[in-house]
Design a protein around this ligand. Structure first.
Ligand code: HEM
Length: 417
């Protein structure tokens, strides 16, 4: 058994954001379970090989509920942090089981399949807008601003019952919340703004319910009804006020950040692999499988969210001491040649089953069926509407966002004709 290393082998910073897979390849080879230094100065353990990542994600000794299990006498969460943090991605059973059950029904593959016509309509309207801009003479268009961002944000806002006119606001808040670097205090300021936004929205929907003008056919209204059951003492199948606000916060952020990057980075991967792009164009039946291959290949998230140990836990032959943070590098696992032959090659006909871009274990992505459907509709429509789509920048000049968690482009300039 190896002793823990004293010195962090990975430092998340500008080089890492630009090419995380190069770092991960080195780690898988040299130090598959190693210490890393986070941009905020925190230390964590980084797990990079497929088998270790998968085992760690399913290991109940790796906990998520830091707000109640990692407390120390000198740390008292402020009201906003306390409110926004109590969501299912920060919960362990039994709270996790209860919270997930409240929203799981809305995200099953069957329920989500019913959203296809609406997703297709949103997609086609956005592509009409892009085409009109091209016809009006715009030579290049940022595919993120025009398509990859508005599609998932529109879908999640409609599902939740959040006014779409506020989408630019969310984009700014959400960017600040997931960024690893930025103005000091911008994370907290965005958290406070989102907290006030959601408490206002909940109050308005409650009023509509009380006036008899609600509930709307949306998830915020449904959760408010579930919250009412809690007030009535039915706490086994409901949620408290803090959990309600945190649930909306999580669903809104998780519902668009990642899918935007699946669409944008996926488009980049296809445009830089013309053979695979041509294959997909001539064999559209490959599309559903190709979405999973694109997820495996581009990885909208570099790693799963933090877990922590409460006792020493051995991973890949290394003993991680108690009270340490652990990051499972899902992007690295998906490029582990021990699991996916020629892992660094995009192959839209490959069986990418078993990839961990959506995580693994009890926190496996709740929105996976929705993300897959959005990806399928988005790529299908984009490729058929714009047969001459091409990159309008040298791929090496593209900038990636400064986040250790999210792997996403700042912009993606494309030409349509
Ligand atoms: C391509 C798009 C997406 C990717 C790559 C992705 C990835 C992930 C991953 C890796 C996890 C597990 C994190 C962990 O274990 O630390 C996760 C969890 C989650 N995702 Fe997604 N996600 C995507 C889209 C969505 C969408 C559209 C929603 C819709 C609301 C969503 C909602 C969630 C939720 C609520 C969780 C927490 C589940 C739990 O803790 O039980 N995600 N996602």
């Amino acid at each position: 058994m190896t002793q823990p290393e004293a010195v962090p082998a990975v430092q998340f910073g500008a080089d890492f954001y630009q090419n995380p897979l190069a770092y991960f390849a080195r780690m898988r080879e040299e130090r598959p379970v190693t210490r890393a230094l986070m941009p905020n100065g925190d230390r964590a353990w980084l797990v990079t090989r497929y088998a270790d990542v998968r085992a760690a994600l399913a290991d109940p000794r790796l906990h998520k509920d830091w707000a109640s299990k990692m407390t120390s006498p000198d740390w008292v969460p402020d009201e906003v942090t306390g409110y926004l943090s109590v969501h299912l991605l920060n919960a362990d059973p039994p709270d996790h089981t209860r919270l997930r059950k409240l929203v799981a029904k809305a995200f099953t593959a069957r329920r989500v399949a019913g959203l296809r016509p609406r997703i297709e309509a949103i997609t086609s309207a956005l592509l009409d807008g892009i085409e009109a801009r091209a016809v009006a003479g715009e030579a290049t268009i940022d595919l993120i601003e025009a398509f990859a961002f508005p599609l998932p944000v529109t879908v999640i806002c409609e599902l939740l019952g959040i006014p779409l006119r506020d989408q630019d606001q969310f984009r700014a808040w959400s960017n600040a919340v997931v960024a690893s670097e930025g103005e000091p205090g911008s994370f907290r300021a965005a958290g406070v703004a989102m907290f006030h936004y959601f408490t206002g929205l909940i109050a308005a929907k409650r009023k509509a319910l009380a006036d008899g003008t609600g509930p709307g056919d949306d998830m915020v209204s449904a959760l408010i009804v579930a919250r009412g059951a809690h007030e009535g003492g039915d706490s086994g199948d409901s949620l408290d006020e803090r959990e309600l606000v945190a649930m909306l916060f999580l669903l809104l952020i998780a519902g668009h950040e990642t899918t935007t990057n699946l669409i944008a980075s996926g488009a980049l991967a296809l445009l830089t692999n013309p053979g695979e792009l041509a294959r997909l164009r001539t064999q559209p039946g490959l599309l559903p499988g190709a979405v999973d291959e694109l997820l495996r290949f581009v990885n909208p998230l570099n790693h799963a969210t933090e877990r922590f140990t409460l006792e020493p836990v051995e991973i890949g032959g290394v003993t991680i001491p108690a009270r340490e943070w652990v990051l499972c590098a899902t992007a690295s696992a998906n490029h582990d040649a021990g699991r996916f032959p020629e892992a660094d090659r995009l192959d839209v006909g490959r069986d990418a089953g078993g990839h961990v871009a959506f995580g693994h274990g009890i926190h496996f992505c709740l929105g996976a069926p929705l993300a897959r459907l959005e990806g399928e509709v988005a790529f299908g429509a984009l490729l058929s509407r714009f047969p001459s789509l091409s990159l309008a920048a040298d791929p090496s000049s593209l900038r990636w966002r400064p986040s250790s968690l999210i792997h996403g482009l700042e912009t993606l300039p494309v030409r349509l004709r």
